[in-house]
Design a protein around this ligand. Structure first.
Ligand code: PMP
Length: 466
């Protein structure tokens, strides 16, 4: 009886939080009309490893790493302790004119692990921002401003990829191509040039993934040819277009893109905000193509998922173009919390864990297990493809598994799958008709099995009327 009383109290407590929330909060990426009826709001009391624990005591397996931020599990004690220790020393200091050890040390360590390319000068300088979109803005502004400082004032255009995503601020949205996020704001956005996505899922009949990548690169080459001296940078998500439905491409595309950028004097901006820190199997996705960008954007996993922070890594050449007696030639961009010491301390602890726990090697075994568990789901009638890049597995749903017969958005397949999984204690957050696994790296065998079982049920229930 006591247990039941306790449960009732917890359910009531969760309800109270739901009401208080809806009275005052406006949630991100949400049609608020859908709360509270269509979508249950899930108040979370605490996190523990791959688990999120609700105010009502229910447990949810965080299969999306809380928007791809969390790396080693929630409330990871080593990161928590590093933040606490730093908070006792210095919580924040202006980074203009002032400096602090965590910011310096983190920059040193990021530069030491950044992707390298033979014959190319390594990334040499780090600029901090405080979230992914802000990091993208920094990279875009740097690329543009660098050419201005060099006197190449005609270089004002950015090239981005179709189906790409780089964040929600206006500059980042301008180089994004997800209609759902972009369409409304289109009148406000600077006009970017879009090149076809090298997406392997969109390969033509009989075409290999590499061939699809080369076809897309050929079109990119044409685009560069048509705009000589006008382009500042190409921005892309290496290996996986994450928000665009975890669409993956062959590394040849990155090699070709790098060569084309070099041939046309265009900067390559690699947005590894989602793919960085081991998500695609290597520390950074660029490594799989052996290319290094001119600007590298990092965020999300950078702090292990504890605090917002972004880092933009740049080459010495690019940096040097800003050195002058004039303030206008300097990069005057700033955010109040730039290089926040607590966030830098969290990032340093995160990099320590990569070494201490040999994370990349351990992930190889986890990724292999994820592949085994995902394979049977490929047999489902409405699964068109199961694809994987390291710790990311995606299930593309389509009618009768036919690539040429996508489900209609109005069928709300993703929403149904989300609900079905949530009922089984698993947080999946499909991207349209794409279900995916992007779990914290600490996910264990039992949790993986639960994830696979919940995904099977979610696919079944979501497509039941199809
Ligand atoms: N770039 C990529 C590739 C992303 O996946 C995201 C976030 N999903 C962003 C940029 C934007 O990061 P933030 O949400 O921190 O602004």
């Amino acid at each position: 009886m006591h247990e039941t009383d306790h449960e009732i109290r917890m359910l009531a407590e969760a309800d109270r939080w739901r009401s208080r929330d809806l009275a005052v909060l406006w949630h991100p990426c949400t049609q608020m009309r859908e709360h509270p009826h269509t979508l249950p709001l899930v108040p979370i009391a605490r996190g523990e490893g791959a688990w999120l624990i609700g105010q009502d005591g229910r447990r949810y397996l965080d299969a999306v790493s809380s928007w791809w931020t969390n790396l080693f599990g929630h409330a990871e004690p080593r990161i928590g302790a590093a933040i606490a220790a730093q908070a006792g020393r210095l919580e924040q200091v202006i980074l203009a004119g002032f400096s602090h050890p965590p910011a310096v040390e983190l920059a040193e360590r990021l530069l030491a692990i950044a992707p390298r390319q033979q014959g190319r000068a390594p990334l040499a300088k780090v600029f901090y921002a405080d979230n992914g979109s802000a990091g993208v803005e920094v990279a875009l502004k740097m690329a543009f401003h660098c050419f201005r400082n060099r006197g190449e004032t005609r270089r004002t255009r950015f090239v981005a990829l179709e189906n790409g995503y780089h964040g929600e601020t206006l500059g980042a949205l301008a180089v994004g191509d997800i209609p759902l996020y972009r369409r409304v704001y289109a009148p406000l956005l600077a006009e970017a040039l879009f090149a076809p996505s090298p997406d392997a899922y969109a390969a033509r009949d009989g075409e290999s993934e590499a061939q699809a990548a080369h076809r897309a690169a050929d079109t990119l080459a044409d685009l560069f040819e048509r705009h000589p001296g006008e382009i500042c940078a190409l921005i892309l998500e290496p290996r996986v277009q994450c928000a665009g439905g975890m669409r993956m491409h062959h590394p040849d595309y990155l090699r070709r893109a790098r060569e084309l950028c070099d041939a046309h004097g265009v900067f390559l901006i690699a947005d590894e905000i989602a793919t960085g820190f081991g998500r695609t199997g290597t520390m950074f996705a660029c490594e799989q193509a052996g290319v290094a960008p001119d600007l590298l954007c990092l965020s999300k996993g950078l702090t292990g998922g504890f605090l917002p922070l972004a880092a933009v890594l740049a080459t010495q050449d690019l940096y040097d173009a800003f050195l002058d007696d004039s303030r206008e030639r300097a990069f005057l961009h700033s955010h109040s919390y730039t290089g926040n010491p607590l966030a830098c301390a969290a990032a340093l602890a995160t990099l320590d864990i990569f070494v201490q726990d040999d994370v990349i090697a351990r992930n190889r075994a986890t990724a292999a297990r994820m592949a085994e568990l995902a394979a049977p789901l490929a047999q489902h009638r409405h699964v068109a493809q199961v694809r994987q890049a390291g710790m990311i597995v995606a299930f593309e749903l389509a009618r009768d598994g036919r690539r040429d017969a996508p489900f209609d958005a109005s069928e709300r397949i993703g929403l149904r799958a989300y609900r079905a999984a949530l009922d089984r204690g698993v947080l999946l957050r499909p991207l349209g008709e794409v279900l995916y696994w992007m779990p914290p790296y600490c996910i264990d065998e039992e949790q993986l099995q639960r994830l696979a079982a919940a995904t099977a049920t979610a696919i079944e229930e979501a497509t039941a009327c199809a």
